[in-house]
Ligand binder design. Structure first.
Ligand SMILES: Cc1cc2nc3c(=O)[nH]c(=O)nc-3n(C[C@H](O)[C@H](O)[C@H](O)COP(=O)(O)OP(=O)(O)OC[C@H]3O[C@@H](n4cnc5c(N)ncnc54)[C@H](O)[C@@H]3O)c2cc1C
Length: 244
């Protein structure tokens, strides 16, 4: 049976709500790139969406479709995980909300039951405007799936000169998109120095569980995690300090 969801009005639209930024599952990657609300409150998601496929892919592909594939190299996953997004799932037994991290359960597997739909994604109010950065490394500059992609979101306390709630999410280096909790814990409360960010990148690399395949070896992917996490942290940190 084929179910056409393309006209489901309650799965469309981007809106600022009391809970946060609500993005319907049918919102396309191009709509994310263009949305003034996304650019203001969660620009890292627009940064990630901009790297997906080509214009044609972005015009047709939806955020919900990207997440529902459960592909570990998806580009929207790390950006949303770094912002601690939640998803709403609906089916005959009702509606449930889960953390995006719990939505991904394995390679190409999600928490969706066969009779459920992903309705929307909510970037929680606490993450809106949180300085963040997304970086992707592929074998070409355009139309490339990520060998590794990384998103980092941080706040910097100007009085203590310390990282607050650093979040690091990694794609294409584990069975699902993952966070790097040990690297995050290392950074929490530390001064935002380049040494600390480099060490966090090294720790994140130890948390990755990449495979070797025809595109890259596991060791190469681990090295990419270390470098990209450091650079994403530095970019997010510069944005945090620029905003103060
Ligand atoms: C040429 C090309 C290049 C690409 N490059 C990239 C890239 O660089 N980065 C990247 O991340 N992705 C890339 N993709 C993947 C693709 O763009 C996304 O996964 C796309 O967003 C899928 O969206 P869709 O709406 O077409 O979903 P579909 O392909 O229609 O659906 C994908 C799966 O999810 C299910 N599904 C869709 N929506 C829902 C929902 N709301 N609830 C429950 N299940 C749902 C479908 O049943 C299907 O199983 C590329 C794809 C192509 C064809």
């Amino acid at each position: 049976m084929v179910l056409d969801i393309s006209r489901a009005a309650d799965m469309r639209g981007i809106a600022a709500t009391a809970d946060g930024l609500r993005i319907g599952a049918l919102v396309t990657h191009s709509e994310l790139v263009r949305s003034p609300l996304v650019r203001e409150f969660a620009p890292v998601l627009a940064e990630a969406a901009r790297t997906i496929g080509a214009v044609q892919t972005r015009n047709l592909g939806t955020l919900g479709g990207n997440l529902a594939t459960g592909v570990p190299s998806m580009d929207s996953g790390p950006a949303l995980l770094a912002l601690e997004a939640r998803v709403t799932v609906a089916g005959p037994r009702g509606t449930r909300t889960l953390a995006l991290g719990d939505f991904f359960v394995g390679p190409r597997r999600t928490a969706l039951a066969t009779d459920e739909l992903l309705v929307d994604v909510v970037v929680p109010a606490a993450s809106l405007g949180k300085p963040a950065s997304f970086l992707k490394f592929g074998l070409r500059k355009g139309q490339a799936l990520a060998l590794v992609n990384v998103a980092a979101a941080v706040r910097v306390d100007p009085d203590r000169r310390a990282f607050v709630a650093p979040r690091i999410a990694l794609g294409a280096v584990a069975p699902t998109v993952i966070r790097a909790p040990q690297a995050e814990a290392f950074l929490e409360g530390r001064p935002p120095t380049s040494e600390a960010m480099a060490e966090a990148g090294r720790i994140a690399a130890t948390e990755a569980r990449p495979i070797s395949d025809f595109r890259a070896s596991a060791d190469y992917r681990r090295e990419l995690v270390s470098v990209l996490a450091r650079r994403a942290l530095a970019a997010a940190c510069a944005r945090a300090q620029g905003a103060q």
